[in-house]
Write a protein that binds this ligand. Sequence first.
Ligand code: MD3
Ligand code: FE
Length: 199
Amino acid sequence: GCMTIRGFQIYPERLYLTAQQAILQDLRHVIRQAPMFSPQTPYGKPMSVRMTSAGRVGWISDRQGYRYAPQHPDGGAWPAIPETVLGLWRDLIGMDRDPDCCLINFYGEGARMGMHQDRDEADFSWPVLSVSLGDEGLFRIGNQTRGGKTESIWLRSGGVVVMGGPARLTYHGIDRIRFGSSSLLAKGGRINVTCRVVD
Ligand code: MD3
Ligand code: FE
């Protein structure tokens, strides 16, 4: 089933355990080639979420600002986006284009992501696809401008969200995770994978 909250299409239990495990296996391969790093905000503060990417470009942040870059901060090319992830994009997005970037966020105990808009991409008419794996995360959905009333929903392992249309520019964030709530990741934590068309 699918539900819509403020234009976000939420599939709370889209992926069976075997599909979650297959994606996780592929992500481990990506992370071996492109290790997770802790991005610095442009203000010099480290983000609590660790990240890496697959695809033609990856999302990075440092003192120079936020941007998509053709190489990992260590200097290597990003690995290809796994077929398991591309398959989900093709099933759910149904448009004749594959994503340029698959951003992988890792939330350890205590990690969070403040409310923000995703606006580093050139064309907001392309939707963003998100896949949650591991521990539950409290996803907060705001408005097209900062502030105002918000709604929150727990994203659980195997849940998928599609942000398209006007929802593409909605403020959102992850307030907290329930560390240890899932057994998918042996050491705990939450992984979120987002696929984006960048330019
Ligand atoms: C709404 N990630 O990577 S996923 C992000 O769980 C990000 O790691 C969160 O926000 C996470 O930018 C939330 C849901 C999500 C992802 C991208 C969006 C919501 C979005 C882009 C536009 C609008
Ligand atoms: Fe975001």
